[in-house]
Design a protein around this ligand. Sequence first.
Ligand SMILES: *Cc1c(COP(=O)(O)O)cnc(C)c1O
Length: 398
Amino acid sequence: MTKQNDREWQYTSAAHDAVDERHHGSINIPIYQTSLFAFETYDKFQQATQSSQSHHVYSRGNNPTVRYLEDKLAELEHAEMAKCFASGMAAISAAIFSVVRTGDHIVCVDQAYGPTREFVHRYLKRFGVKSTMVDGRSVDNIREALLPETKLIYLESPTSMMFQLQDLAACAQLARSRGIVTIVDNSWATPIFQRPLELGIDLVVHSVTKYISGQSDSVAGVVLGSGQLVSRIAEDEYMLIGGIMTANTAAQLTRCLRTLPLRMERHERSALAVANHMAGQPYVLQVNHPALASHPQHELGLIQMNGSSGLFSFESAEPPEQMRQWANRLRLFKIGVSWGGFESLVTVNPANDACTSEARSLIRLHIGLESVSDLILDLDQAWAAVSAADSNIASAAD
Ligand SMILES: *Cc1c(COP(=O)(O)O)cnc(C)c1O
């Protein structure tokens, strides 16, 4: 299957299941609202406890409703196995814990999700795990940071503030040649637009809270990869740290999954339209969106992704106070963290080191499912209102 032509099977995968006679043909998986599973005989009980991955013994380990969602996500991501967690961070910390031990070293991209960097760089120090943060845009940076004791290369492509990419195939090749495990946070692209396991990456993690949910009503995570790596996580970190997903959350997320391909296409189209519009605005210095030809890693994006989602940022020479006034005047965009839901969102931050030298603000937009022309009108009216307020102040001062 070529990268460009493989969108359609995802619709079938998300929407279709064989008739399941165990559930009377119910077309939705029942919510197995149970903590434990009982057995008629001790023999059957012992058989199940000996292979608790393939049997149902206790819901901290393996609940049928959660397993259903895990199998669905594994199919979409082309993974042998998936394990769902209570949050993205529960999935990320479990995946990292499964790879490192005292004395090991991690190379991590310096623009990764903030709490992930905190976990790797600060929290893991107490266990004697060291780390080096690198600009992941060049594989050479990653190679130069490797130590004999490096056991993990942690990636996030694209990153979710500056939208910087890593060359996933090259990173995977480098890591494999040294016996190092690779993890990629794929929350931005989702399996609809990027499947890192096909590029040789060992483990994929998602904040399911974002696009896979899409409804801004749950917090959840998943780890995906080979049966060998993920079943180890299921037996150790899932069972022992216990950040599990409940059957209710899994059922809710299964509903969300049905429309994932549909929603992603809408987010993609709308975000591109808004990003192109923003690129022409006088208060915008630069738009950071991997699918725009102006993005410095646009070509790499075309190679390793087959689409783009609804979150991007732009840089402005206006100070954050001014852009916050602009954000206050937006009617359709709400001010808030997170992203991936039906609703459009905005955050305004001071420009960081990765921004262009003239930039004073970094504004992140999530483009939701509203009318794209309404969203563009909203962005424009808010700027017109802020500019008018400015010129009133200026003329009052004259
Ligand atoms: C939100 C987020 C996470 C953490 O996920 P939670 O579900 O909030 O724990 C991880 N990575 C990225 C890129 C995120 O945006």
